[in-house]
Design a protein around this ligand. Sequence first.
Ligand code: HEC
Length: 158
Amino acid sequence: MKRHIIITFTLLLSLLLFNACGNGDTAEQTRNGEPETEEGLTDFELEHGIGPVTERIEISEEIDQEMVTKGRNIYEMKCEMCHNMEGRMVGPQLGDIMEKRSPEFVMNFILNPSGMVREHPVGQELLREYMTQMPYQNVKEDEARAIVEFLRDYAENN
Ligand code: HEC
């Protein structure tokens, strides 16, 4: 009788364990139909960030000077108090950011800074290093795009 109970218990336990593993598999299911990587992010998210920009955007080789001016204005109002082009301040330097990250990544960081430091390995690493959380600056998507153009222009001319 006692033995019987032990066997039943062991069976139940292995069923439970089996189930737990099964749940692990569902975590690997897809978001937007793309396969997820180990961190639970899609390949797109890993390379281009997590946020409202979910597709590659069009970037023409020629720099749009009107957009640069618009981007510079927003940058001076909303970014400069924490970022230098050269050298670390509250946040990392941005003069070489377009060589390090994709335009979509930069836009997603501007549009979803808290999500990026919470869920993206690069954001998590940056938060550990800078120990201040970049706030969302109420920047719209077309404004983030203009900032990217301003940063591209800076990188080309410096
Ligand atoms: C209050 C300070 C603050 C303001 C304002 C701010 N940032 Fe940041 N930014 C940071 C910090 C700190 C980080 C590092 C990540 C973190 O700790 O949140 C960061 C990270 C970034 C990154 C990611 C850098 C990388 O290496 O990938 C970009 C891009 C960026 N900021 C752009 C901007 C832009 C553009 C603006 C203006 C719209 C802005 N930031 C406004 C503090 C700020």
